[in-house]
Design a protein around this ligand. Structure first.
Ligand SMILES: C[S@@+](CC[C@H](N)C(=O)[O-])C[C@H]1O[C@@H](n2cnc3c(N)ncnc32)[C@H](O)[C@@H]1O
Length: 282
């Protein structure tokens, strides 16, 4: 299916930013095969030919859903959440004292475990945060992942993955063989469908952006472009948290890596240097 695979590659690159390597034929075949029946096609080739004709938005969305990877879990890699609680939040509570408002964006939130981990942390800090408003916006391109996120109902494996047992028991209710996050925590997160390839200037400004394990699927130019636009919606003294295997190195001027904390990045302006020293002496 090499002609249609080329078309699929071009489609994903332009619509989602995702780069499909030449050795991903098999992956594409396996992920798209279940769609053939639903769209009345006999083969993946036929499905992709129809995708190429560009006249079926439902098919385009289904292909995007099938080809994105929604892997996530609660408190993934742990360290970013420790940094959020121990370093970022105290700094922001100092600098945002006049407004008592902190805005967090989880860009590429998949099925919700990342923003809900933050919501649970904030709940634990409720006393310190009395009188503060901390908003969490969580976005993803996948409508199916967002449906799961909004429902906040997880099976035993998902619920236990990364989540300390005491938090599971405190914040989740058992519903048959699943675990559902308590209503007051679900209400803390606003979920919205958003493609990072589209214009998101209107969403900002944010104090903290989590964009973890999303850029890894993009090529260098797309990474640079998204990082540049993320900087535009982040406050000058704001933070960007990337995934454990990601960095801003050689990806433009908008961000600099925190020397002691890989994955944590701050905006370039001179004020940031001062803040770096503050964090270092923390
Ligand atoms: C591997 S998950 C990461 C989830 C979470 N941030 C974490 O680290 O656990 C990557 C998510 O990015 C989303 N994604 C990929 N391309 C995107 C795009 N162009 N715009 C918005 N979301 C995208 C996928 O749908 C998927 O849910």
């Amino acid at each position: 299916m090499s002609a249609s695979f080329g078309m699929l590659k071009a489609f994903l690159k332009s619509r989602v930013g995702i780069v499909l390597d030449a050795d991903k034929h098999y992956l594409a075949q396996a992920r798209l095969a279940p769609l053939t029946r639903r769209f009345g096609e006999r083969t993946v080739e036929g499905l992709l030919q129809r995708l190429g004709e560009g006249a079926d938005p439902a098919l385009a969305q289904a292909v995007i859903e099938a080809m994105t990877t929604n892997e996530t879990y609660f408190f993934r890699d742990r360290r970013p959440f420790d940094l959020f609680g121990e370093t970022i939040l105290p700094q922001l509570m100092h600098s945002r004292a006049p407004t008592r408002l902190i805005r967090v964006w989880c860009a590429g939130c998949a099925t919700g475990q990342e923003p809900y981990s933050l919501a649970m942390m904030l709940d634990e800090l409720a006393k310190q945060l009395a009188g503060w408003r901390v908003e969490i916006l969580a976005t993803d391109i996948s409508a199916a992942a967002l449906d799961t996120a909004r429902g906040a109902s997880y099976n035993q494996f998902e619920a236990q993955r990364g989540l300390p047992v005491n938090m599971l028991l405190r914040y989740f209710n058992r519903e048959d063989d699943r675990w559902r996050l308590a209503e007051h925590l679900r209400a803390r997160v606003e979920f919205r469908e958003l493609n990072l390839m589209s214009d998101f200037d209107g969403l900002g400004p944010f104090d903290v952006i989590f964009c973890r394990n999303v850029l890894i699927y993009f090529d260098v130019e797309t990474k640079k472009n998204v990082l540049e636009r993320l900087a535009r919606v982040c406050r000058p003294d704001g933070y960007l948290m990337l995934g454990a295997a990601e960095s801003v190195l050689d990806l433009g001027e908008a961000w600099r890596a925190h020397p002691q904390n890989p994955g944590l990045n701050i905006r370039r302006p001179a004020a940031a240097v001062k803040r770096l020293q503050l964090i270092s002496s923390h």
